[in-house]
Ligand binder design. Structure first.
Ligand code: ADP
Length: 182
């Protein structure tokens, strides 16, 4: 069986986690991999339905995602988690549970996120109308030693994905694909 692994994307809302996950999925499929994305917004509509945004609920959400990632990884899948995952301790627990784990810090300055405001939430949060909004009115503990950092304000999507693929190759999780972005 091929070696499974989890790419764990962490970063603020609108930083580019879902966009990168979808592009990375295409690249991994091109390499013949079976891919599963656990997208934070989607997970919250079923696996974590009913959970809120307290620290306790956020940690529960992340540990549920990590549990599913660990099962899929064990069976050879290429798994991508795309959830904010603001707390370092919960990410460390995910790493410990999953094993083959690549932490990707999807970095983007708050000024750029406010400009993008993909879901219209930053403006609300900055006006003080949205409690528990990560990066504005709720904590985000940036990774201190991520396996990869992508800077989505200065890199193209292709560049960000290529950086992740390069690390997956260097770890031996994937082979090189002819004609791929890396
Ligand atoms: P998240 O999943 O982190 O909430 P999204 O992927 O939904 O963020 O939104 C990110 C936005 O930033 C998209 O509109 C995307 O087109 C844009 N973007 C600009 N540059 C990049 C990049 N290098 N990587 C990913 N997204 C980017």
């Amino acid at each position: 069986m091929v070696q499974g692994f989890t790419v764990w994307l962490t970063g603020l809302s609108g930083a580019g986690k879902s966009t990168i996950a979808n592009r990375l999925e295409q690249e991994l499929i091109a390499r013949g991999r079976s891919v599963e994305i656990l997208d934070g917004d989607i997970v919250r509509t079923h696996l974590s339905k009913g959970l809120g945004f307290s620290k306790e609920d956020r940690d529960t959400n992340i540990l549920r995602i990590a549990f599913v990632c660990s099962l899929l990884t064990r069976h050879g899948a290429a798994v991508i988690s795309a959830a904010i995952s603001p707390y370092a301790e919960a990410r460390a627990q995910a790493r410990a549970q999953i094993g083959a784990f690549v932490e990707v810090y999807v970095q983007c300055p708050i000024e750029e996120l406010t400009r993008r405001d993909v879901k219209g939430l930053y403006e609300k949060a900055l006006r003080g109308e949205l409690a528990n909004f990560t990066g504005v009115s709720d904590p985000y503990e940036a990774p201190v030693d991520p396996d990869v950092t992508v800077n989505t304000d200065t890199e193209t999507l292709e560049e960000s994905v290529a950086k992740i693929l390069a690390v997956l190759e260097s770890r031996g999780y994937i082979g090189q694909a002819a004609g791929a972005v890396a």
